[in-house]
Design a binder for this molecule. Sequence first.
Ligand code: 5AD
Ligand code: SF4
Length: 475
Amino acid sequence: MPKLYIETVGCQMNVLDSELVVAALRKEGYELTRVVADADTVLFNTCSVREHAEEKIYSALGRLKNAKQANPDKVIGVIGCMAQNHQRTVFERAPYVDLVVGPGQLHQVPELIRKVQQGAGQQLEVSLGRKDGSKQDITRSHESFDPLRDPTMRPTPFQAYVRIQIGCDKFCTYCIVPSVRGPEQSRSPEHILAEARQLASEGCKEITLLGQTVNSYKYKEGERTTRFSDLLYSLHEIDGLTRIKFVTNYPKDMTDDVLAAVRDLPKCSKYLHVPAQSGSDAQLKAMRRGYTVAEYREMLARTYEWIPKVAVTSDFIVGFSGETDEDFQMSMDLVREARFKNSFIFKYSERPGTKGAQLLPDDVPDEVKRERNNEMLALQNEISEADNQRFLGDRVQVLVEGPSKTAAKKEAELGVEHPVVQLTGRTMCDRIVVFEGNRRQIGETIDIGIYDANAHTLFGTVVTQHVGPELVSLT
Ligand code: 5AD
Ligand code: SF4
């Protein structure tokens, strides 16, 4: 059997794309290996959001040069966003790469591997650029494929990603996504519901809906328009599903109907990732985010008012073009005030091909970017820790995902599996909980009493019985 090694970096979209590529290749008889040296085909599913992610792939490719020389039959492929972004440059920088396939062309991967093996030479398949044709042609060239699933590639057998939208039309000036993932397209509700039903029938309990601006989802068919909130209500009806999550939200489209759905639907995770990117109006304007800080604050206040126990997370970019100390302090003020459960903080990385790279100088020194990044991270960590401390003594419901990272590593080293193991899972508001439990509990939703917390994790014990007023724990 031919062996496939696949490495995935980047967002959940990429994780899902890899799942689909693996499923397609399994149909062709491939099996997965974790060892690059054993692989007949090596694929890197890549990300272009920051330069660092791309450079890491070139380093990884560099390490394969000798292996390819020793075994010229090994097929090496770069797929996903960097393939679309760099196209032939990948072949120029790593001439021993055999295929470069963009995210809109992944269904062709098995065929392209076959062509390489038949001696057809290097294969390049990418979608049209955003200015390289009619809107219809560009859109069609980005159509992704979601028919095949490979449960073994999912985060766990009872969790799955479901794509409801591809591409993005927001064109924030720093962002490469609209170029590499193409025009925003919402998938038909029928297809989404059919896929979710299929997943539920296979034992999947939690689905995470994916879209670059997931809450902007809208599907028009004749007279009928399905909004994102309508989709949530329909998905909620599916038996077997117990949790519905979705990422990433666009602040301006956090409308009352979406908030009401999250509040009223018990299966909807009370967790919203709504990136602010900055707390300064000048920066938001330069980023062309389409909202002011006051509008973001209003959205946040409304969210907390409608869903009091909601956990909100955000992304911030520090050191974007022209960011002054005052601008940065305004972002710090927003972090301080907003009490995000967590924030992902990024140093601005100029991306060739974006409006930012064309029109705005990358003028904040790297050292300053680093300092601001660390400062904001320290503040957010303080807030996250205080926020998690509120759970001490509480009982939370956790969907058990599997052994914790530490436990999994230890097991791999020792080559043994004990029934009682350190497990990890998530609450309905996406907080990570670590506790000692039984492997049988994986995939179950169980009650955990929380006794400790840091910025990123809650620690607890399994609540097995309720005797009188006290919680009794058997672990
Ligand atoms: N530089 C740094 N961060 C970026 N992001 C997107 N583009 C860039 C860039 N050029 C961040 C944004 C986005 C997250 C996925 O990545 O914060 O929300
Ligand atoms: Fe990029 Fe902005 Fe689209 Fe998000 S909304 S993917 S940041 S262009």
